[in-house]
Design a protein around this ligand. Structure first.
Ligand code: MN
Length: 420
């Protein structure tokens, strides 16, 4: 994406920050795995959102003081050892060009500690005089998670008790929820990778194929198409395994006559797609599979039609759930609509973007620019059938646009495609 996108994101955040404030963001680094091995680095999504940079060991500082604002980036200084053993690091000029930050304001990490100490103190050389507020990325998925921002926050509370600490996600969640047109283009690219790989797997699958082969083939095809890879651990489930919502074993042979449920996503840069398709491993649905599949497909399409600005996620959930309940009752899968939870046990939607389960409040009416999933399902364990059909939908000013409309989901289209 163009540097103006990231400049715009920083400007929006700075506008919301209190006067006399400092905001700090870390690119982070790859977590330790074992011995001298590390897990692959994942860009910190807030850091990426504000800079366009997806390399580890960089820090961003935003400062605001009586109408004056400053943006500084701290990066690793490269040396001969790093260049020869690990590969060349980004230069100041390269980082400045991607983020759209003046190269004069790109510094080396060795200067970072002193810069922060000066910035938070009542120092005449500080860019912000007597700072009153510090914004950090204090997101944590669980209480015992040790993010670098949390460590810093304790240090700040200790040394600078006069400074008020804030979680920058208070602003960033809502900003990230409504996508810029440039971001939608990225998500569409991720959806395009998904389409290519899902269709390739449909062609490749045969009875007896192991789920892990299909998962591996999917990832291979994603990468062949230019994607960085999976946007989350894929769920590739044959037959009754598909009734386990977050099945990740992906290690059983798919029996003859079974449906394969693939809940998978692709990356385009750090942006994610999240698509589920369910198809018969033989290429032909049985009459019973058709019946259940058509029910889920009808609800998938009706729920997509329901999406427009102003509706609540709760309304969308209820709408899809009621439709599924009515359909299941008609098919004799349940005896009363209240029993729908025995055949469908998740919500129909979540936000999508830089994260697969993206940030943002689920309590406010939907606005244009939000991207969400629509994913009704029907799970009948005793028949060995699990079906989910998931699309990625953009809320527009007038309604919605299905970003994954091009990915096969009609029964006749899937059968014709797999027969070719
Ligand atoms: Mn999903």
């Amino acid at each position: 994406m163009d540097q103006t996108v990231f400049q715009r994101h920083r400007a929006r955040l700075i506008e919301k920050m209190a006067d006399r404030s400092v905001a700090l963001f870390y690119a982070g680094e790859a977590p330790h795995k074992t011995a001298d091995q590390y897990y692959p680095y994942e860009a910190n999504r807030n850091f990426y959102y504000l800079t366009g940079l997806s390399k580890p060991n960089m820090n961003l500082v935003l400062l605001k003081d009586q109408g004056r604002t400053f943006e500084l980036l701290f990066i690793e200084e490269t040396n001969d050892y790093i260049n020869k053993w690990l590969g060349r690091r980004m230069s100041k000029e390269e980082a400045a060009a991607i983020a759209g930050i003046d190269v004069k304001n790109v510094r080396y990490l060795t200067e970072f500690r002193e810069f922060i100490a000066t910035s938070l103190s009542n120092n005449r050389r500080a860019l912000v005089q007597k700072p009153g507020h510090l914004y950090l990325d204090l997101f944590r998925p669980k209480a015992d998670f040790e993010a670098v921002s949390l460590r810093l926050s304790r240090f700040v509370v200790d040394l600078y008790p006069e400074i008020v600490l804030h979680d920058a996600n208070e602003f960033l969640d809502n900003m990230r929820l409504r996508k810029d047109p440039e971001e939608v283009v990225e998500i569409e690219a991720a959806v395009g990778h998904s389409r290519y790989a899902i269709e390739a797997v449909m062609k490749h699958a045969k009875p007896g194929t192991n789920e892990r082969e299909l998962a591996g083939y999917f990832e291979f095809m994603l990468r062949q198409h230019g994607s960085e890879g999976n946007s989350f651990n894929p769920i590739v489930a044959g037959g009754k395994n598909a009734t386990v919502l977050h099945y990740e074993d992906n290690d059983k042979d798919v029996p003859e006559g079974a449906l394969v449920l693939m809940d998978t996503g692709a990356l385009a840069g750090p942006y994610a797609s999240d698509i589920t398709r369910t198809f018969p491993v033989t290429g032909r649905f049985t009459p019973r599979q058709k019946q259940l599949y058509q029910l889920v497909l009808d609800v998938n399409k009706q729920a997509i039609e329901f999406v427009k600005p102003g509706i609540l996620m709760a309304d969308l959930n209820k709408y899809a759930r009621d439709l599924l309940a009515a359909g299941m009752l008609k098919l004799g899968l349940i005896n009363a609509v209240e029993e729908v939870g025995t055949r469908y046990y998740h919500n129909v939607s979540h936000f999508l973007g830089l994260d697969v389960h993206d940030v943002g409040t689920y309590l406010e009416p939907l606005k244009a620019g939000v991207v969400l999933t629509i994913e009704p399902g029907c799970y009948v364990e005793e028949e060995g059938i699990g079906i989910r059909i998931e699309d990625n939908v953009l809320v527009t000013e007038t309604g919605h646009r299905n970003l994954s409309a091009g990915i096969l989901k009609e029964i006749k289209d899937i059968e014709a495609f797999m027969a070719k």
